[in-house]
Design a protein around this ligand. Structure first.
Ligand SMILES: Cc1ncc(COP(=O)(O)O)c(C=O)c1O
Length: 380
C-alpha cells in the first residue's frame, strides 16, 4: 500500500463525490443553457452545487462563478479586475502561486506597474507594508490566503482591513485554505476569492471565483452568456455537482478533518525532529495549515530524496507540485530568505483523507536512513 502525503498537490476524490458525479453523468444529459426539460434539470443541479459552495465560503450563491479550476479563477480575477478598472498599478506578494504570479508578469509586460510585497522569515506579509504600497492608481491587490508549499497562513483579516479602508479590491487565492481552515467571506471582506475542487476531495478541472457584490470584471473566457456573462463555455455539470458535494462534506467535517490532519502532521514533525539531525521547519509553525509540513533536510537534495521515498512507496513533494520534476528553487522559500541550496533541500509533506498513524510511523522508519545515506553521498 502506498502512502500518499501530497494532499496539497491534489486530493483523492471522496466516494460520495464520485457517486454524485456518476449520477450526474448518467442522469443529466442536457446542456444547462438549453430551454427544455433536460436543460432545466442540469441547470437545477448546478444551482444546488452553487448553494453548497456559497454556504462553505459564506457568500451568496449568485456570487459564485464556476470555472475550470483556480488557475482560471486567478486569471479571471487578475486580468478581469485590472482591465476593468482603468488604473495601472497592481499589488501582490513575492510568494504567490505561479497562477497568480504569471498573470501579473503578463500585465507588467503590457505596462502595468506591479509591486511585489516581501514576506518575512515566517512567510507572512506585513499589513503596514501593504498599506504603504497602495496608491491612488492601484487597481487591485492579490494575495494568497495560505501558501501551497509551506502552508503559511497570511494575516488575511488585517490585510483585508487595509484594502477595505481605502476601497481597493482585494483578490484572495484561497485554493489551499478552503476545507482546511475557516474561509468565510462574511468575516473577511475580500472582493474576489479563488478556489479549486480537487484540493478538497473533489474532482480536478473545476473551481470557482467568488465575485462579491456587482463588481465589473472583464471576462477571461468569452463566447457564451454562462455564469451571468462572466465565463463563457458549456458548464462541466458532473464536475460542478462533485464540487458541490465536496464543499458540503468539507463544511460538515472541517473541524474533525483539521484535527486529524494536524495530529498526523505533528506526529511526523516530532518524529523527524527527534530522529534526524540538521532539520529545520520552513515557515511559521503557528500560522500554518493543519495538514502541511515543509522541512529543510540540510545537505540533502530534495529531488533525490523524493525519488528515493517514491521507491519506498511514499509520495511527497519537493517545492510546488506543479513544478515537480523541474529542479529549481521554490520562489516562496527564497522570498522567506532561504538560500537556493536550502530551498532545494526542502520537502513538503501534506496529510489528508486516507492517512493514519501507522503510515506516519512507516515514514519515520524509512526517512532517517534515506536522509543519512544521501548526506553521505553528497559530502564533498
Ligand atoms: C495556491 C494555489 N493556487 C492555485 C492553484 C491552481 O489550481 P488548479 O489546479 O485548480 O488550477 C493551486 C494548485 O496547486 C494552488 O495551490
Amino acid at each position: 500500500m502506498r502512502i500518499y502525503l501530497d494532499h496539497n498537490a491534489t486530493t483523492p476524490v471522496r466516494d460520495e463525490v464520485v457517486a454524485a458525479m456518476v449520477r450526474a453523468l448518467r442522469e443529466l444529459p442536457g446542456n444547462p443553457s438549453s430551454a427544455h426539460a433536460e436543460g432545466a434539470a442540469a441547470r437545477a443541479a448546478i444551482e444546488r452545487a452553487r448553494e453548497r459552495v456559497a454556504s462553505l465560503v459564506g457568500a451568496r450563491s449568485q456570487e459564485i462563478v464556476f470555472t475550470s479550476g483556480a488557475t482560471e479563477s486567478n486569471h479571471l480575477a487578475i486580468h478581469g479586475a485590472a482591465r476593468a478598472s482603468g488604473r495601472r498599478h497592481l499589488v501582490t506578494s513575492a510568494a504567490e502561486h505561479p497562477s497568480v504570479e504569471e498573470p501579473f508578469a503578463v500585465l507588467e509586460a503590457e505596462g502595468f506597474r506591479v509591486t511585489r510585497l516581501d514576506v518575512d522569515a515566517d512567510g507572512r506579509v506585513d499589513p503596514e507594508a501593504l498599506a504603504a504600497a497602495i496608491g491612488s492608481d492601484t487597481a487591485l491587490v492579490s494575495l494568497l490566503w495560505a501558501n501551497n508549499e509551506t502552508g503559511v497562513i497570511q494575516p488575511i483579516e488585517a490585510l483585508a482591513a487595509v484594502t477595505r479602508a481605502v476601497g481597493i479590491p482585494l483578490h484572495v487565492d484561497a485554493t489551499q485554505a478552503l476545507g482546511k481552515i475557516p474561509v468565510r467571506l462574511d468575516a473577511v471582506p475580500a472582493d474576489l476569492l479563488s478556489a479549486s475542487a480537487h484540493k478538497l476531495n473533489g474532482p480536478k478541472g473545476v473551481g470557482c471565483l467568488v465575485v462579491r457584490g456587482e463588481r465589473t470584471l472583464t471576462p477571461w473566457l468569452r463566447g457564451g452568456a454562462q455564469e451571468r456573462g462572466r465565463r463563457g463555455g458549456t458548464h462541466n455539470v458532473a464536475g460542478i455537482v462533485g464540487f458541490g458535494v465536496a464543499c458540503e462534506l468539507a463544511e460538515h467535517e472541517r473541524i474533525s478533518r483539521a484535527a486529524a490532519a494536524a495530529s498526523l502532521r505533528d506526529r511526523l514533525w516530532s518524529g523527524i525532529e527527534s530522529k534526524i539531525p540538521r532539520v529545520r521547519r520552513n515557515g511559521s509553525a503557528l500560522h500554518v495549515l493543519p495538514n502541511t509540513l515543509s522541512v529543510e533536510f540540510e545537505g540533502a537534495a530534495a529531488d533525490v530524496l523524493l525519488e528515493a521515498l517514491d521507491g519506498d512507496g511514499i509520495a511527497v513533494s519537493a517545492g510546488a507540485a506543479c513544478a515537480s520534476g523541474a529542479v529549481h528553487a521554490s520562489r516562496s522559500l527564497l522570498a522567506m530568505g532561504r538560500s537556493p541550496a536550502q530551498a532545494r533541500a526542502s520537502l513538503r509533506f501534506s496529510t489528508g483523507h486516507g492517512n493514519d498513524e501507522a503510515q506516519i510511523d512507516r515514514v519515520l522508519t524509512v526517512l532517517p536512513d534515506r536522509v543519512a545515506r544521501l548526506r553521505e553521498l553528497e559530502q564533498p
